[in-house]
Design a protein around this ligand. Structure first.
Ligand code: AVI
Length: 328
């Protein structure tokens, strides 16, 4: 039986489809057409992403889970007792289970924040059943914008953000910086952040992770076209675009694009857009870091990297960062 008493009412701050329309039109009017990658995650996109995480080529999920399993007691020790854990973009909270297993009753509250209400409630219910001693306070919001946290039901010694998956890599650098600053502000002085950060490695390994042989990532990427057809009355022919991936050395990221295979014109929300043959829509960046690079990046945002855990091949890292006692 789910212990519904441990789930607090959902705090609903979900965005509207209007934001998708605005962002798409703004992105399509640029010389390099683009759409923010957060719009990849409608219901179908979220399911396809779950499939990506199981692909042979997609090393980050499996590697991060291994790091978590191996080092969770040291992570719990770093976080300390009676913390309030706020997970940004909780999804199905898979990695969180490793933390909850270890910390359980020690937590003042677990606050999953996610843009998808159905995903959020489903996973909150499943977690409440398995960890009845942990108060769960779901928040439905676009965590990249400012949102409110509910009052914790028990007094918390500190607030710790949890941001696994190297999702920080999907932000442009300036937005990643602003986002970490926002987390530093939310967790306040003597707060913490446990974050998954993908590391630079062989270019073929990095690009194959975004261009799998089965075509799941291509379907994930093309789902954006489907979503525009459905939600914005767009007229995309899905067969007239192909998924394209490249490593950008200067920017330190894998870029994903949808490439028009022919010259064509497409309508989106009553506006017409011309595509040359070979022209692309930039759909996603996945930035990769060096350990030193991330440490100095974090330092710019008010965080200091306190501990780093990696795998044998140094493919991925989980890092615990803290704010100073006098931080704003
Ligand atoms: C969620 N994020 C960290 C994934 C990544 O690795 O950039 C999204 C993804 N896109 C294609 N495959 C995975």
């Amino acid at each position: 039986m789910p212990t519904s008493t441990s789930i607090h009412p959902i705090l609903d701050q979900a965005p509207t489809t209007e934001s998708f329309r605005k962002a798409t039109l703004r992105g399509f009017r640029k010389d390099q057409k683009q759409i923010p990658s957060k719009f990849l995650y409608d219901d179908r996109g979220s399911k396809l992403f779950d499939k990506i995480c199981e692909l042979e080529e997609y090393y980050p999920t499996r590697t991060e889970i291994g790091i978590m399993r191996e080092n969770v007691s040291a992570m719990a020790e770093a976080i300390g007792p009676a913390a309030r854990l706020v997970e940004y973009g909780s999804g199905s909270s898979l990695k969180t289970r490793i933390l909850l297993e270890q910390m359980g009753e020690d937590l003042a509250a677990y606050v999953p924040v996610d843009i998808s209400k159905s995903h959020l409630l489903e996973s909150a219910e499943a977690l409440a059943e398995d960890y009845p001693a942990v108060p769960i306070q779901p928040v439905c919001a676009d965590y990249t914008t400012s949102f409110e946290l509910p009052e914790p039901p028990r007094s918390a010694r500190r607030t710790v953000g949890y941001y696994p998956g190297s999702t920080i890599g999907n932000f442009p650098r300036d937005q990643a910086r602003a986002f970490l600053e926002q987390i530093a502000h939310t967790v306040g002085p003597e707060g913490g952040l446990l974050i998954g950060v993908d590391l630079k490695k062989d270019v073929d390994v990095m690009t194959a992770a975004y261009d799998d042989a089965e075509g799941v990532t291509a379907a994930f990427s093309k789902n954006l076209l489907r979503r525009m057809n459905r939600e914005l009355d767009a007229t995309f022919d899905l067969d007239a675009f192909e998924h394209q991936v490249l490593w950008n050395e200067e920017r330190g990221c894998v870029e994903s694009h949808l490439r028009s295979t022919t010259a064509q014109s497409v309508t989106v929300a009553d506006e017409s857009f011309a595509f040359d043959a070979g022209e692309t829509i930039h759909t996603e960046d996945s930035h990769k870091y060096t350990l030193d690079g991330f440490a100095s990046f974090a330092a710019d945002t008010g965080f200091e990297v306190e501990s780093v855990w990696t795998d044998d091949r140094s493919y991925f890292s989980v890092q615990y960062c803290t704010t100073r006692s006098d931080s704003a």
